[in-house]
Design a protein around this ligand. Structure first.
Ligand code: URA
Length: 261
């Protein structure tokens, strides 16, 4: 096998690893084929059609919130300020505060919703089932978890994994903002409704927000589906992968579907 073919096979395997995280497989494709239904089986076997290299899509600046500059402080200082937080009612049920993990100089930051049971036990974001899928998504983007930074809108587990409530989000938001100001990433990926709506101050449904570049404090932000949702609706992985390919493009990473042509 030529080096190029070997490379291609490796890239394809990496793709399929996260596509198959729950035993399902869906076709990967370009935006022109973006529909939220599974592709026909025959399409899985078809060779990808050549697509010309495109410049990253423009960032939509409105109606993002007006920028209020936030001081850049080291992450450990922000963590110290959070302390043994009692600022909202989530403190009574949590075992561990899940502040965030990864590279403090990451160019790519993922923001999720809030810790689940495993994260609450381990103090690390996205280590449960959804986290394993997120790891595969990150690796499909040709990053490792150590390259990126991962955090959540709320730092404490909501009881029984219920949605975080507005007062809880509000209490935790200064810390998320401070983390993002500290990291100053090149791109933020908002995973799911709570991350996207909180950062964008936009109540539009995630089904409509996803896939469109927005801006948070001057940083390009891509809303996409939450990995937990993708575990429930594997047929949506295809469009989520398109969103992640946009992110790769903006970060100068070649995506597999292009490389394979
Ligand atoms: N879901 C999230 O949104 N965050 C985590 O850390 C784990 C699951």
């Amino acid at each position: 096998m030529s080096d190029e073919l070997k490379d291609l096979a490796l890239e394809l395997r990496r793709h399929l690893a996260w596509q198959e995280a729950d035993g399902s497989r869906v076709i990967l494709g370009d935006r022109s084929a973006a529909v939220s239904k599974p592709a026909p089986v025959a399409a899985v076997k078809a060779a990808p059609a050549p697509v010309a290299a495109k410049a990253p899509a423009p960032v939509i600046r409105t109606p993002s919130p007006p920028a209020e500059p936030i001081a850049k402080r080291p992450l450990d200082e922000i963590r110290r300020e959070l302390g043994d937080c009692q600022r909202c009612k989530l403190c009574s049920g949590r075992k561990t505060i899940v502040f965030g993990s990864g590279n403090p100089r990451a160019e790519l930051v993922f923001v999720g919703e809030g810790p689940g049971e495993e994260e609450d036990l381990k103090g690390v974001p996205f280590v449960g089932q959804a986290g394993q899928l997120l790891t595969k998504m990150i690796e499909a983007m040709k990053f490792t978890r150590d390259d990126v930074y991962i955090c959540n809108v709320v730092k404490c587990r909501p009881p029984n994994n219920r949605n975080p409530e507005p007062d809880e989000i509000e209490a935790c938001e200064p810390f998320l903002k401070a983390q993002l100001a500290s990291l100053q990433p090149k791109v933020i990926v908002a995973l799911g409704k709570f991350a996207a709506q909180t950062l964008l101050r936009d109540t539009t449904a995630i089904t409509r927000l996803r896939g469109q570049w927005r801006e948070y404090q001057g940083v390009p932000l891509m809303p996409t589906f939450h990995p937990a949702y993708l575990l429930r609706k594997p047929e949506e992985k295809r469009v989520a992968w398109m969103d992640l390919q946009e992110v790769m493009k903006r970060l100068g990473k070649q995506s597999d579907s292009k490389k394979g042509q």
